[in-house]
Design a protein. Sequence first.
Length: 204
Amino acid sequence: MQLPSALLEQAVNEFSKLPGIGKKTALRLVLHLLKQEPEKVAAFGEALMRMRTETHICQRCYNLSDSLLCSICSNPMRKQEIICVVESIRDVIAIESTQQYSGTYHVLGGIISPLDGVGPDQLYIEPLLKRVQEGSVQELIFALNPTIQGDTTIYYIQKKLSPATVKVTTIARGIAFGGELEYADEMTLARSLQHRMPVENLKV
């Protein structure tokens, strides 16, 4: 793609590094920004920089946060005794969009996958176990993608929790096996949460 400006080409190259953004889409975005007032472009750039430098990881659940605790963990209206265990922050966003869940979360940061070199020590499993050991947790809801790796992760954590007196459930399999949680529609996610089942019924 031959462009008349080196600065324009550099901006297009940077935008095209974003997932799902090709050179043509990147060019449209850059040309759109060129039409905007300088103040608007500056505000756009500042928002990106602040997002990158001022966004933190919640010290309790490992969700994204603007402070030490995320807005969910610090919300007194949320049921702190119920924890929904998810793989990634995108899954928190997906479940929150259903408006059917009023507990808290714990983001593992991935799932156990030996073939990909991901073991239990590379995930936020130990902090989850510590939250349960504190004694205030009544139920863990596993909302991991219904794959072999997801089920293996649930099985591993369940075994680690066996001495603890906490109810352990998983979301109902309204989501197809092998599917991805973030791509499920809101109704399927809502029903899966409402009809969760004991982990004992899960076979690996």
